[in-house]
Design a binder for this molecule. Sequence first.
Ligand code: SF4
Ligand code: SF4
Length: 252
Amino acid sequence: MSRWGMVIDLEKCTGCQACTTACQVENNRLPGENWQDVLFYAEGEYPSGKFSWLPRPCMHCENPSCREVCPTGATFKDKDGFVLVDWEKCIGCKYCMVACPYGVRFYAEEKQPVQPDIRSVFPGDGDKMWNPPWQMPEARRDPKHGVGIQPTNVVSKCTFCYHRVSKAPAGTVDLDPSNPALRDFVPACVVTCAPSARYFGDLDTPTSEVRRLIAEKRGTRLKEETGNRPQVYYLAGEQSSIPETRSTRIKS
Ligand code: SF4
Ligand code: SF4
């Protein structure tokens, strides 16, 4: 048994969004509907304003409020710490979308952020909401864990790439993408991150790289006051919660 978690080093993250693109392709997301997003925002005003960004996957909370409100048991936490949605049980009521304090859940029937709606170009067959030109291999699809092309009328979210991580050799503690033997099991966003700002491993193993980084670099979690206890930690550096490498000055 593991408790998988992610560490994101904000001093290394350049805001390039390669993670977002990798996730979209890996998980057959609709254009503009990002399971993994990089949020951009302006802080302060001219002449001291800054433009900043924050990468934001699902937090795979230890105490997920999304699970608490799900009336059908479609949202569940598995033994290895993933928070997942069983698309065969989801009735699309959206309670979980309201309950999640991090805004990471999606209901694909909403108006698409990118027009024209790509579903009219690649219409879905069966219960699939669309028929993308590049598709996850059939063998990897797993609707009971929210993996594959999303069916209609269900809610979705980041799975921590359950279909990759859950196949890792038993006893693996650090899913290091630079190790060729493990690369296929590492979440797509972690594999793709060029500055290696993301780490993935077992939070329950004291010797894991994620545990070392959290301890040595004072890893922090978002919205601790909610009691959700995210399994995603951010490293923000010594000086400030907003590292300079994650901001650019707004120029006149
Ligand atoms: S971040 Fe939101 S969707 Fe993800 S586990 Fe936590 S409450 Fe649930
Ligand atoms: S939309 Fe689906 S996963 Fe979310 S609360 Fe309703 S049944 Fe559960």
